[in-house]
Design a binder for this molecule. Structure first.
Ligand SMILES: NC(=O)c1ccc[n+]([C@@H]2O[C@H](COP(=O)([O-])OP(=O)(O)OC[C@H]3O[C@@H](n4cnc5c(N)ncnc54)[C@H](O)[C@@H]3O)[C@@H](O)[C@H]2O)c1
Length: 280
């Protein structure tokens, strides 16, 4: 695609991964022009090759969402070459696990915060002004059920995902206060069958020795793998996103089990008790 398109435009970060590419496939099947964005150019190219463009078009662009300048350059390119997005999915995310809260090195917290939280903030800051000016659009920020309820061994990840819920709520109230037609949703999937457990491959060299995986990473992953067998397919998450955008739903949940768990745990904070340890 070169030059502004008359089709609807979706920008999806983390588009080289499971959930992002599924969202891309869904909207492209509906005739949208989809810009898939990822820091991992190879994964991105592979995914784009596998995707059926459908009646829409798939465009790929590399950017690092943790880097404000990189996301600003992306926004300039998208808006100049394709158009102001109708849908922005701030979806790129990484995970680290297997540490007790006090044992995770600062670099682990830093990496997760820079991608999972600042990546969302950078996306909003770079694209929202043009969406406000256009007087339309929808932003979907990817959090997790781990953004609604916390479990042991993943404090840093869970903290970043809680932050995404919090900033999405603030943004929603701000847009409502302005009477803006731009909408915001927060996507809180339960377990989804994707390659996210392999995100430690993206550990940035400038943070020093990799510390995405803590001493309890293997047992944690074994439990996760067991639970993941019943995980939601990424295509179902994409369908939930499509419906939420069509019906202006703020909180997007993807499966009943994890939604019920999150509800109980979130309510439980008001009546603290020594709950048995539940991992997911
Ligand atoms: N898989 C799950 O069970 C699950 C559950 C809840 C929430 N999530 C969230 O869903 C989102 C997508 O994850 P997924 O499961 O598809 O994992 P995934 O690893 O398949 O996809 C994530 C993609 O983000 C990209 N990425 C990582 N750092 C980036 C950066 N700095 N800039 C740009 N791109 C970057 C990766 O290269 C990868 O392609 C994440 O935010 C994740 O936290 C996943």
């Amino acid at each position: 695609v070169t030059g502004p398109t008359d089709k609807r435009v979706a920008v999806v970060t983390g588009g080289g991964g499971g959930i992002g590419s599924a969202i891309g496939a869904r909207f492209s099947a509906m005739g949208w022009t989809v810009v898939l964005v990822d820091v991992d150019g190879e994964a991105l190219a592979k995914k784009a090759e596998q995707l059926e463009a459908g009646p829409g078009a798939i465009v790929t662009m590399t950017a690092d969402v943790s880097d404000a300048a990189s996301v600003l350059a992306l926004a300039e390119r998208v808006i100049g070459d394709i158009g102001v997005p109708h849908l922005l999915c701030n979806n790129a995310g990484v995970t680290a696990y297997g540490y007790r809260t006090w044992e995770a090195p600062p670099s682990t917290w830093q990496w997760l915060w820079s991608v999972n939280v600042m990546g969302v903030v950078h996306g909003i800051s770079a694209f929202l002004p043009a969406m406000l000016e256009a007087g339309r659009g929808h932003i979907v920020n990817t959090s997790s059920v781990a953004g609604l309820a916390s479990v042991p061994w993943v404090a840093a990840y869970s903290a970043t995902k809680h932050a995404v819920v919090a900033l999405s709520e603030s943004l929603r109230y701000e847009l409502a206060e302005m009477g803006s037609p731009v909408r915001v949703s927060v996507l809180c999937p339960g377990l989804v069958t994707t390659g996210m457990a392999r995100s430690s491959r993206l550990w940035p060299a400038q943070l020093g020795d990799p510390s995405a995986l803590g001493p309890q990473a293997d047992p944690y992953m074994a439990r996760l793998a067991e639970a993941r067998a019943g995980g939601t397919p990424a295509a179902d998450v994409a369908l939930a996103v499509e419906r939420a955008v069509a019906n202006d739903v703020f909180l997007i949940l993807t499966d009943e089990d994890s939604a019920a768990q999150a509800r109980v745990k979130r309510a439980g904070i008001f009546e603290p008790a020594d709950e048995p340890t539940e991992y997911f």
